[in-house]
Unconditional design. Structure first.
Length: 152
């Protein structure tokens, strides 16, 4: 007679599978038995109070604040349209190196020093010249562009 192909490890694996299947069924039955049947929808609802905490009581309608959906901003806020005349600033050239082709303009309004390159000049400019210019943000900070001599 031929010997059975079932080995000890195969028997152990099959026993483990059967035990796991039985445990799973028992857990499923426990969950079914412990489930709170008969609860109404109103009993299951949770409310959020004005501080963001969960509560079982509905909030007071007198304290409710109406929020307009269009007022909610997600991400970067919308920029207001700007007047191009606001971009034009006045200042004085505090430093200019002609050999290297760059310098700095001191803004009269904000007293900030703004970098300027000779390519941004519309007129021939030297140190202590009164100028009008526009500011553009570059990779290293504010840069002056469209620099012109102020007619005084």
């Amino acid at each position: 007679m031929a010997k059975s192909q079932e080995t000890w490890s195969k028997k152990e694996r099959e026993k483990k599978k059967q035990k796991d299947k039985k445990d799973k069924e028992e857990k499923k039955q426990e969950r079914k038995d412990s489930a709170k049947d008969g609860k109404s929808f109103d009993d299951m609802i949770a409310y959020i109070d004005e501080n963001g905490n969960l509560s079982s009581t509905p909030p007071d309608p007198r304290k409710m604040i109406k929020i307009n959906v269009e007022d909610i901003e997600i991400g970067v806020p919308k920029q207001k349209p700007f007047d191009p005349a606001d971009l034009i600033r006045k200042g004085t050239v505090t430093f200019f190196n002609e050999s290297k082709g760059y310098g700095f303009i001191k803004d009269l309004e904000s007293q900030e020093s703004v970098f300027v390159h000779m390519n941004a000049f519309q007129d021939n400019i030297k140190e202590n010249s009164k100028v009008t210019f526009e500011v553009e943000m570059g990779p290293k900070g504010a840069n002056a562009i469209n620099v012109r001599l102020t007619v005084s």
